[in-house]
Ligand binder design. Structure first.
Ligand code: BTN
Length: 315
């Protein structure tokens, strides 16, 4: 990250090279070098006569990690931004091995996005959000699902500020009027039978046009384009507001909120798991994040599978 840009973005007025150098403990020549690097990124730096430098224009689209870093303060998160990556989850797995703290991997273009159950995830360069949050966490493996739940709830809550029609599709997609806008792929790295890292990969359709009939984008919902830096900072702040609750024994409160916003509660749904298809009424979710489906033979606990709304009316 460019330290000079971080300083300039914090200020509305111009900052002199001397002041920036003092703040960062670097020479004026080093400041000047960094200013040139900022300009190479199509960020316009104005030289105000006798006063110093000021950022007067940021490119409209795309992630600016320095902007994101300032927006999420005081959250301690190392940011890795790439113009193009195969998969942010794959990169996060590599980075996690050497990083003993929380970090974020974000890219402008993801060329081989991975989805759940071996599926792929499509996104558009500079228009959608594709990121992985690498949480450095010690917890029991059985609590892994909790981190996905706080992420799904956080994305749901932030998106719900734009429209009332969002819902969480079990286990962790976000839908808008039954169309998918966000998918989450969580993975973990373990050490001596405990979690060491949780890698939460999130793809959200923001400023693109939906590629599939079953998908939706935020721009299509609201009729306007959205600032990716601002949205991403909101998602991160929300996730980090829930994170400490897990370790304070307050996960049941989070689960309750997640449950209240699950799609198709009380309705007939179809669950597909490989060749096995079952239909039932979605009646509840339990404290381990599994679903309770009721059919003629009783109540079933569902731990995995693909859930969809049943198109058949309840008999
Ligand atoms: C799904 O709906 O099946 C989950 C999709 C998860 C996609 C995101 S995009 C960022 C991160 N990197 C990946 O390769 N996948 C996740």
């Amino acid at each position: 990250m460019n330290q000079v840009l971080l300083e300039l973005l914090k200020e509305k007025q111009a900052l002199s090279g001397e002041e920036i150098g003092l703040r960062l403990g670097i020479s004026r020549a080093a400041v000047w070098k960094q200013i040139n690097r900022i300009k190479e990124r199509n960020i316009s730096v104005e030289s105000v006569h006798g006063k110093g430098y000021r950022i007067n224009h940021l490119p409209g689209k795309g992630i600016i990690p320095e902007l994101l870093f300032n927006a999420i303060q005081p959250i301690d998160l190392e940011i890795f931004h790439y113009p193009s990556l195969g998969s942010t989850n794959t990169r996060a797995k590599e980075l996690a091995l050497n990083i003993p703290h929380h970090f974020l991997v974000i890219c402008d273009e993801q060329t081989a996005g991975r989805g759940r159950r071996g599926r792929s995830w499509l996104s558009n360069q500079g228009l959608d959000l594709t990121f992985t949050l690498g949480l450095y966490i010690e917890d029991e493996i059985m609590n892994f699902f909790r981190y996905t739940i706080i992420t799904a709830l956080s994305v749901y809550e932030v998106l719900s500020e734009y429209s009332p029609h969002f819902a969480i599709k079990w286990p962790n997609d976000i839908l808008w009027k039954d169309k998918k806008i966000c998918g989450i792929l969580s993975e973990m790295i373990t050490e001596a039978k405990d979690i060491r890292n949780v890698l939460i990969g999130v793809g959200i359709n923001i400023n693109s046009e939906a590629a599939l009939e079953t998908a939706q984008t935020l721009q299509e919902i609201t009729g306007q384009s959205h600032d990716l830096n601002l949205l991403l900072s909101e998602f991160i702040k929300k996730i980090f507001s829930y994170l400490p609750l897990i370790h304070q024994g307050r996960f049941p409160e989070i689960l309750e909120l997640w449950k209240q916003n699950l799609a198709w509660m009380g309705q007939e749904v179809v669950l597909t798991e490989g060749d096995h298809v079952m239909t039932g009424t979605l009646i509840d979710a339990s404290e381990d994040g599994s679903l309770l489906l009721q059919d003629k033979s009783g109540i079933r606990h569902i731990h995995s599978g693909d859930l969809n709304r049943s198109l058949r009316p309840i008999p």
